[in-house]
Design a binder for this molecule. Sequence first.
Ligand code: FES
Ligand code: FES
Length: 161
Amino acid sequence: MRRIRVTVDGRAHEHEVEPRLLLIHYLREVLGIGGAHVGCDTSNCGACTVLMDGESVKSCTVLAVQADGHEITTVQGLAGDGGWHPVQKAFHEAHGLQCGYCTPGMIMAAVSLLRENPDPSEQEIREGLEGNLCRCTGYENIVKAVQQAAREMRGQAVAAS
Ligand code: FES
Ligand code: FES
């Protein structure tokens, strides 16, 4: 067993874990945070995507011990005091939620994408989300949601400057 200290969605946690425990199972089964989903056993679907120190990672490919000392954000930690994160709001308004199973991973991948590229083209959005599989509608509403969020976040950035 190894002792780890991680901050998840702003809260500090300390646990003894098996070295082979995956981060997704630590989040879901040890911490009871169910926002990140398991959608495959091949590391392909991206439903388990979370942010580690702001970078998107597939939490089924990361060991809990590798998260030791790091900050993890799940979809459940995105909303702030002012309400939903702009990406959450845009997924709701642009009907990107659909069946919702891939949504937490999509949202986290989109947040990471927009951090790196605040003004992505449609092609760049599709490339940025290609590690996340959606089985519903060919990504149309998801891409629209990311475009809407990008516009809103750029507007906020301009307003704040
Ligand atoms: S559960 Fe499918 S990529 Fe992690
Ligand atoms: S919303 Fe259903 S799999 Fe993407």
